[in-house]
Design a protein around this ligand. Structure first.
Ligand code: SF4
Length: 714
């Protein structure tokens, strides 16, 4: 008779890390259900998290190491052969061209993989790889820079105290479609509804009237994309005029307040209105509401990050909270800690984190993804070997054609992934990794941003299928194959390597918890963020004060003034019908990972249409369902029109994660390819925010016209 087990685990798709129960029949994962006994997530889980069971069983997954021959054919091979081949070819590149001919790209799923991110880091550090690229410069790099400059730690991201807030300003986020980012709350929409029901006012600032307010949660203020910094400056300035700055807090904890005032004073609400699209009266009303609401909070998400000035925008988000005395108070913004107090670990001096490169002065750490193709094609010291881990840069970074050309030119492209992605199709070696239910893990992604922190360990729910192996194992086996120190050295007969030692140490030091005590899979609830300790414990600037106008922002502030001048000119062009493209969040896609799941294509979701308002569509002679050509200065795609009158006039939208024409082994994705909107985005030295390397991905000017009709007569 067969066995059925219910195994406690948690989701690793997005930040709340919702508790799940996996049903395992005879060693096979058959179902994921919300864990109703989870002390924090309490039975909440969304359809994306539950659909991960399909990801686990997807027949198109990578199951074996594979090598691509010169004629393009793939052969399955053993791990020993794949790793020996990789080591030999990688060493040949290093011997001939030096270590700077090797680069790495690490994708978003690594943030949800405790052992993977740790040991891939060990691999790259041990090899001496200095050219690091990551998905971080596609969605959040600005946040670390702003927090480092303002609070002295890249890891300080105070979150709204939603339980107690009376006013919450939420910028660039659509919780109904994609929860929240840098803010972990299970069922954040439900929490917002609860807050609204007790009388709290929720204000969403977006270029599209998002689904969330339709649920009776709050109002949307429509903003022109890529103008958040000037909206926030005008809001702060109007608050200052109302006497809303907290002089006691500023005297006690602030530095360079005068310089902040000098910046925001240049953007009164009546000056920014034409550029942001937000009437001055709306800004002034929000300022008044903020001033009269002591328990007010603010949160900014991906939409704000993707603009050209995400760091400055996030700086002003911090300022809105701090200078008005809403930081570290009940109902305002609070810093969460989790099982590891991470503020000290993220401490840094911004000025020391930039280096001169052939592409200009760049921040250390993650290089701009939009320079990846340049680093291969246009560099004096080109990258010749690239290791890609859990990422699909060909589709997720701008400039698909340039990236394709670049990847085809590499001496070695190694892809470690769960899928034969479009990037993997160009690889020389692909190495199959485990999915989240085939590996042990710890919930690390929400450390420091969780409304109710908890620590949870999960064992692998099922054994890995076929030859799939966890990233930590692949990293150390590759090190071993290259003759470098690895976890596989000096093991006694029968002894297994221990990949957990660093996390075990951090867990114990940070919270007193033992990893072994978490082996039962039960989440341990940690202290809830409380007001009163922020300025003593979380601020790591040299003088211990919150820097209200960090000198490192100097060039960015000058740039902001220049961009504002250009934006005024652009406002005039809008009269001519210029359209601005934004990335839309969608409940049926998660990066490109969910592109091969039938369940996500239901109800006609077989492509990613171009959202456009009826007014713009009529002006262009377009109807719902028409095929159009979308052109930017950087590229051209075809898309299907979807009328969307929730969009601000002059804005069009597309969901990313699509464009799978070159992914033949992903059968569902290839049959429903959609279009890759990243083709329309800029690449190269002017394509990112200099402070943070964050790619410019929103507010891209595009032209839309009916696609030419292809004649069937030759
Ligand atoms: S909200 Fe995020 S973490 Fe929770 S189940 Fe959905 S995808 Fe998973």
């Amino acid at each position: 008779m067969g066995t059925t087990e219910q195994v406690r685990t948690f989701c690793r798709i997005c930040e709340p890390s919702c508790g799940l129960v996996a049903q395992v029949d005879d060693g096979v994962l058959v179902k994921l259900s919300p864990d109703r006994d989870h002390p924090v997530t309490k039975g909440f889980a969304c359809h994306k998290g539950l659909a991960a069971v399909d990801l686990h069983h997807d027949p198109d997954r990578l199951d074996h190491p594979m090598l691509r021959a010169a004629d393009g054919t793939w052969t399955t091979t053993s791990w020993d052969d794949a790793l020996t081949t990789t080591a030999r070819r990688l060493q040949a590149v290093i011997d001939t061209h030096g270590i700077d001919a090797v680069a790495a790209y690490v994708g978003n799923p690594s943030a949800f993989n405790a052992l993977g991110q740790l040991h891939v880091g060990t691999l790259l550090r041990t090899l001496g790889v200095r050219k690091h690229f990551s998905s971080g410069t596609q969605d959040c790099a600005n946040k670390f820079v702003a927090s480092e400059a303002v609070f002295g730690s890249s890891m300080v991201h105070p979150i709204p105290d939603l339980t107690n807030t009376d006013l919450c300003l939420i910028i660039g986020e659509n919780p109904r479609a994609s929860q929240a980012s840098f803010y972990s709350v299970p069922n954040v929409l439900g929490e917002m509804r609860r807050a609204a029901a007790r009388g709290a006012r929720m204000v969403f600032v977006n270029p599209r009237r998002i689904e969330t307010p339709e649920q009776g949660v709050g109002d949307t203020v429509l903003i022109r994309p890529d103008t958040d910094v000037w909206f926030l400056a005008s809001l702060l300035h109007e608050i200052d005029l109302l006497g809303g700055f907290d002089s006691r807090v500023l005297a006690q904890h602030g530095a360079r307040v005068a310089e902040l005032r000098e910046f925001i004073a240049q953007y009164p609400a009546d000056r920014t209105a034409d550029v942001t699209g937000i009437p001055a009266d709306t800004v002034c009303e929000l300022a008044q509401a903020w001033v009269r609401t002591p328990r007010a909070s603010v949160h900014a998400s991906t939409g704000i990050n993707m603009g050209r000035q995400g760091t400055l925008a996030y700086w002003l988000v911090h300022m809105l909270s701090f200078v008005t005395g809403r930081l570290d108070v009940e109902g305002g913004n609070l810093k969460s800690d989790g099982f590891y107090p991470n503020a000290r670990a993220g401490a840094g001096v911004p000025e020391q984190n930039y280096v001169d490169t052939e592409f200009g002065r760049l921040r250390r750490g993650s290089l701009p993804g939009t320079l990846l193709s340049n680093s291969i094609l246009d560099s004096e010291h080109p990258v010749r070997a690239l290791i890609v881990v859990a990422g699909n840069p060909l589709l997720s970074i701008a400039g698909e054609a340039a990236l394709r050309k670049a990847f085809e030119q590499l001496d070695l492209l190694v892809v470690i992934d769960i899928y034969p992605s479009a990037t993997a199709e160009l690889a020389h070696v692909v190495l199959p990794s485990t999915d989240m239910y085939e590996r042990d893990d710890l919930n690390i992604v929400n450390i420091g941003t969780s409304a109710q922190p908890f620590a949870q360990y999960t064992q692998a729910v099922v054994a890995p299928k076929a030859d799939r192996m966890p990233e930590w194992w692949i990293a150390h086996r590759l090190l071993q194959a290259m003759g470098k120190p690895s976890l596989f050295d000096d093991l006694a007969e029968g002894q297994q390597p221990d990949p957990w030692s660093k996390w075990r140490h951090m867990l114990e030091r940070g919270s007193g918890l033992q990893l072994d005590d978490l082996a039962d899979g039960v989440a341990r609830v940690l202290p809830t963020p409380t007001p009163g300790t922020f300025f003593d414990q979380q601020v790591h600037t040299a003088d211990g004060r919150v820097d209200c106008c960090p000198p490192v922002f100097g060039p960015a502030i000058e740039r902001s003034h220049r961009l504002f001048g250009e934006a005024i000119a652009a406002a005039a062009r809008r009269a001519d019908g210029e359209l601005l493209l934004i990335h839309k969040r969608d409940a049926w896609m998660h990066n490109s990972w969910f592109s091969n799941l039938e369940r996500m294509k239901r109800h006609g979701r077989t492509n990613n249409p171009l959202g456009i308002s009826s007014v713009s569509a009529e002006r262009l002679g377009l109807r719902d369902g028409d095929t159009v050509t979308v052109t930017s200065q950087h590229g051209e795609i075809e898309a299907v029109v979807e009328l969307d009158d929730d969009l601000m006039e002059g804005v069009v939208s597309m969901v990313h994660g699509w464009g799978h024409r070159a992914s033949p082994r992903l059968q569902v994705a290839a049959a429903n390819p959609g279009a890759n909107p990243n083709v329309l985005l800029p690449i190269g030295p002017d394509s990112f925010e200099p402070l943070s390397s964050q790619a410019h991905m929103t507010g891209i000017p595009v032209a839309v016209r009916p696609a030419p009709v292809v004649s069937s007569v030759s």
